[in-house]
Design a protein around this ligand. Structure first.
Ligand code: NAP
Ligand code: SF4
Length: 690
């Protein structure tokens, strides 16, 4: 093994004796030789959209400063291209000129003021670029972008390597402690490494050693340009999850060469963006891929970082305590809670606002070219504008409904110093999240309710469960917030009152156990959820890594090319038809980064997803429908109605008539767009303004 001359690292994972945290391995410092990290938490790179415009840099600085103040040891920024060809999208983030480096000082200064270190990520999109200047090792279009890249000539390759070294030097000038070289996820470096995208016959293509020359040269020249006391994190593609991806021998060969070239730390990359295996969605078991990083441990001596779906301190501590890895990377969990590290250190995991891996406000936003935020923390990336400041006028506030919107509004208003009473008709808090949490693969939604339960106590909200809020009960409050949610929409086709026709609430609450053959009316978010509920076997594969890997075709030994093997899907519990009236593919409106996972899951389970359906009638023979004008009878035992929602706001008129100040939030306001992201954000902004 070739030792890295720059990383004279003390990796010994002895728990910090002076640290009373229940997570001693998480809080042991990490000595990198020339510098030291205060604990084992790396804030992983995530593009937020704030990197792209100079005017947003104060917001970017505030966003990172809060995470640094919260105790993170090392932050990695979102990706910056080393030249314009490497842009993800036209005019996206780039670091290529001295004047571009200067503006970074406000970011690095803000982070250093709180004792954390920060690396800038160098990311060249290669053929994943969303613009016509895209370049790649070979002229092979990616399946996820519309542009065919130009093949880099030999001089172009050299110029690109120089651009990396130049950008790293500029990062140093901008005050960064280092860079992360993005060598995974299918971006340019990864495209050179893989025979699937590199068909070159010159010294940059051919056998494994030639294909990895580009990556190695970049690390070598970055080290040369920036000197020995500069952190180089290399994000190594350890499990590609694409056909013809690297096998394990190639991964080890790359890791050793990267270490010898002068990297300080190796971070883990899992999957390419075009992989058809989910890698970070909520249905991926926690820490499902930590074993990949651990498998590399015997082969290199520099610190290794485990990543993907590590969202709570006990998970991180377990991985670190085994001694297989040296740090854990988290990006989204720190969007969800900037105080994650401080709370873990204080032994208060129940106070952590857990990332539920929904992607709805972070990655989905980025893919829509909107600024990232967080479903459970709308302040993420809005730190300069959304603040929950103490009130100067204490009011009596009633919040009706303890679903996500009501919970957010009540707890923030109480945190600000208002006197808040939260009324809930049910015997427990949670609203729609109580349904979400019982869907296989959405168990994480329960964490948000655990957090809100903690916040109710912490902020002093007076919770009145099993209480119908009447106008009389609500009189005397200065403000009334109606977060009363929704009722399921009724359908009106013939036989809608037949005993075979049931609502999704009956099914999810267990009041009706559907038969072997079921049709679902409505293929929105709830229709998909109900379909997954009906076909999945218990327990949910999300709770069993081996079963999950079997279902998605991941080689549990991580040996095969791309780490793939044929999936073995357990048979569905039921035969299901998922129907919608609109023409086209059901599920087209689901989240950008997760919709394909829901569609694939149902396809694997043999669910028939049909658009353009006309509902005719339900009778003892089954469900009579017309598809493309052709009559059919679906021989089903039950028809489950998931036809959307209507707002529930009957209290509004009498309260307004009585002169109350009434506010509507969440589904009670706009049921058509009922979704938790909108509901929590709207309720939080209202609470900030009350
Ligand atoms: P939705 O997304 O609005 O879908 C309602 C479905 O019912 C549509 O497929 C619609 O399709 C159908 N429909 C509407 N009116 C109908 C009628 N009169 N008769 C028969 N069918 C009718 O509502 P949802 O599924 O209840 O979801 C509500 C919200 O929850 C979503 O907006 C989503 O944000 C959120 N959610 C998301 C997820 C997720 O992303 N996985 C999961 C759960 C909930 P046609 O009109 O074409 O028939
Ligand atoms: Fe996590 Fe969802 Fe927030 Fe993204 S939006 S950080 S996935 S909770």
């Amino acid at each position: 093994m070739v030792r890295n001359p720059y990383a004279s690292v003390s990796r010994s994972m002895t728990a910090d004796p002076g640290n009373a945290s229940p997570y001693p391995h998480l809080f042991a410092p990490l000595d990198l030789g020339f510098t030291s990290l205060r604990n084992r938490v790396l804030m992983g790179s995530m593009h937020t959209g704030l990197e792209d415009r100079k005017r947003d840099f104060p917001k970017l600085a505030a966003y990172f400063a809060e995470r640094a103040e919260g105790g993170v040891a090392l932050i990695v920024t979102g990706g910056f291209a080393p030249n314009f060809e490497g842009w993800l999208t036209p005019f996206a983030s780039r670091l290529a000129w001295p004047w571009e480096a200067r503006k970074h000082r406000q970011v690095t200064g803000a982070v250093h003021a709180h004792g954390a270190r920060i690396c800038l990520q160098l990311l060249h999109a290669g053929r994943y670029a969303y613009h016509p200047m895209a370049v790649a090792p070979s002229r092979i279009k990616s399946p996820i972008t519309p542009f065919t890249p130009r093949e880099l000539g030999a001089r172009g390759v050299e110029r690109t390597i120089d651009a990396y070294a130049n950008a790293a030097k500029l990062a140093r000038d901008g005050g960064y402690d280092g860079v992360e070289v993005m060598g995974s996820e299918g971006y340019l470096i990864n495209q050179f490494l893989s025979a699937r995208t590199n068909r070159r016959t010159d010294r940059w293509g051919g056998d494994t050693a030639s294909r990895m020359r580009f990556a190695v040269e970049i690390v070598r020249r970055v080290r040369e340009a920036c000197g020995p006391d500069f952190i180089i994190v290399y994000r190594l593609s350890m499990l590609e999850l694409v056909p013809d991806g690297s096998d394990w021998n190639e991964v080890v060969q790359q890791a050793r060469a990267i270490e010898a070239a002068g990297a300080t730390i190796i971070n883990t990359g899992i999957g390419w963006h075009e992989s058809r295996v989910p890698t970070i969605a909520t249905s991926v078991p926690r820490a499902a891929f930590a074993g990949v990083t651990a498998k590399l441990r015997p082969h290199v001596s520099l610190p290794l970082v485990a990543t993907n779906r590590i969202n709570m301190p006990d998970v991180a501590e377990r991985i670190l305590a085994r001694g297989d890895v040296d740090m854990v990377s988290m990006a989204r969990p720190l969007l969800a809670d900037p105080q994650w590290v401080a709370k873990a250190r204080a032994g208060r995991p129940e106070a952590i606002n857990t990332c539920i891996a929904c992607n709805q406000a972070c990655l989905d936003h980025v893919f829509q070219r909107r600024t990232a935020s967080c479903l459970v923390n709308p302040r993420a990336c809005a730190e300069t504008e959304l603040n929950y400041l103490p009130t100067t006028t204490r009011k009596r506030i009633a919040v009706v409904g303890a679903g996500p919107a009501g919970l957010a509004c009540a707890t923030i208003a109480a945190q600000r110093g208002h006197d808040v009473v939260l009324f809930e008709r049910d015997a427990r808090i949670g609203g729609q999240f109580n349904l979400a949490r019982i869907i296989p693969g959405k168990e994480e939604f329960g964490e948000t309710l655990r957090w809100f339960q903690h916040r109710i106590v912490e902020t002093g909200v007076q919770l009145r469960l099993s209480t119908d809020a009447t106008p009389e009960l609500l009189s005397g409050f200065d403000e009334v917030v109606l977060a009363t949610g929704v009722v399921p929409r009724r359908v009106d086709f013939a036989g809608h009152d037949h005993p075979r026709v049931v609502g999704y609430l009956d099914v999810l609450h267990g009041r009706v156990v559907p038969g072997r053959r079921v049709a679902i009316v409505g293929a929105g978010g709830i229709g998909f959820d109900v379909a997954e509920f009906l076909v999945q076997t218990a327990p949910s594969p999300t709770l069993d890594v081996e079963e999950w890997m079997r279902e998605w075709g991941v080689d549990p030994a991580f040996e095969s090319a791309g780490g793939l093997r044929p999936p073995r899907v357990s048979p569905p519990q039921r035969e299901v038809w998922l129907l919608q009236r609109s023409p086209g593919r059901p599920g087209a409106r689901l989240g950008k980064t997760t919709g394909w996972i829901h569609r694939a899951t149902l396809k694997h389970k043999g669910v028939r997803m049909i658009g353009g359906v006309e509902y005719v009638a339900v009778d003892d023979a089954g469900f009579h429908v017309r598809v493309d004008g052709q009559p059919q009878v679906l021989p089903v035992d039950h028809v489950v109605v998931c036809a959307g929602q209507e707002p529930l706001r009957a209290l509004r008129a009498p309260l307004e008539a009585a002169g109350c100040r009434v506010h509507l939030v969440g589904g009670a306001d706009v049921a058509a767009e009922l979704d938790a992201k909108r509901a929590i954000a709207q309720a939080s902004r209202l609470a900030a303004a009350l």
